[in-house]
Design a protein around this ligand. Structure first.
Ligand SMILES: [Zn+2]
Length: 265
């Protein structure tokens, strides 16, 4: 019997957005994507909150409710050009501040200015960061190989609507596809093209075949998939995670609940 991994609900496609800097234009972005049920991760510099042009610390929790609040360092430095001690402080202070506002553990990140090196990746690992997004667009819908060098599919300026059509046209559920879009909400304001975001949401929003998720939800789901324990003949599967897992067994979808042992055929 052929067994293939699926996203929740038996879906084979996932969409996530990743937007940086915590500027006031995030308010309009959230208002638009919420109307279409699209999920995003917002990377915030907590040292810049309450400054002119940036969102207020007292609105962070409610504004991003249903989305993910994630790290982007305290003050947005070039991490490759500061002492190790300062790198650690930039991450840890941001994390402590944002966790106090969000009320949940924050494990994700995006690199300020997109810059990083192997030393920074090692430091992040030590600090318990589980993913960090780069600015290297792959143009593909492949799953991330290295979550601490998490490459997006595209920036939204890179022909977003055409890429969305390509994503929706994929007709191969034997592999999982991730459409990962990044950017800054203030770019829609500067470029006077909020309609691009609206058109994108209209195209993809509500599509049955797509799982809409934040960055950390995708990370956690893929880790939960990896954690499944199969018997030698693959007829039995145990799910040690706390997530509902979907598998395609033969031609039917099988759900394996948290902590469940299931005979799948
Ligand atoms: Zn930034």
């Amino acid at each position: 019997m052929n067994i293939a991994c699926r996203f929740p609900g038996g879906k084979s496609k996932a969409l996530t957005l990743s937007y940086d800097d915590g500027r006031i234009e995030d308010r309009k972005m959230v208002e638009i994507i919420n109307r279409y049920g699209i999920k995003a991760t917002f990377h915030i510099n907590s040292g810049l909150l309450d400054k002119e042009g940036f969102i207020r610390s007292d609105e962070v929790k409610d504004l991003f409710d249903g989305h993910e609040i994630s790290l982007h360092t305290l003050n947005h430095p070039f991490l490759t050009n500061i002492p190790t001690e300062q790198i650690i402080r930039e991450v840890q202070d941001d994390r402590r501040n944002l966790e106090a506002l969000a009320g949940y553990p924050i494990k994700g990140m995006s690199y300020p200015f997109g810059v990083y090196n192997d030393k920074i990746v090692d430091i992040f690992k030590t600090l318990g960061i589980v993913y960090s997004r780069t600015v290297h667009s792959t143009g593909t819908f492949d799953l991330p190989g290295d979550f601490l060098r998490l490459n997006p599919t595209i920036h939204h300026k890179q022909d977003l609507l055409k890429k969305t059509d390509d994503f929706l046209a994929i007709n191969n559920d034997r592999v999982l596809h991730l459409f990962y879009v990044w950017g800054h909400s203030f770019e829609f304001e500067y470029d006077n093209n909020w309609d691009l975001l609206e058109d994108f949401c209209k195209k993809v929003g509500g599509k049955e075949q797509v799982w809409f998720a934040t960055n950390i939800e995708i990370y956690r789901y893929l880790k939960a998939l990896e954690s499944l324990d199969f018997s030698e003949d693959t007829s039995l599967v145990y799910n040690p995670s706390c997530l509902d897992i979907s598998l395609c067994v033969g031609d039917k979808i099988v759900e394996v609940g948290p902590g469940q042992l299931v005979n799948i055929f």
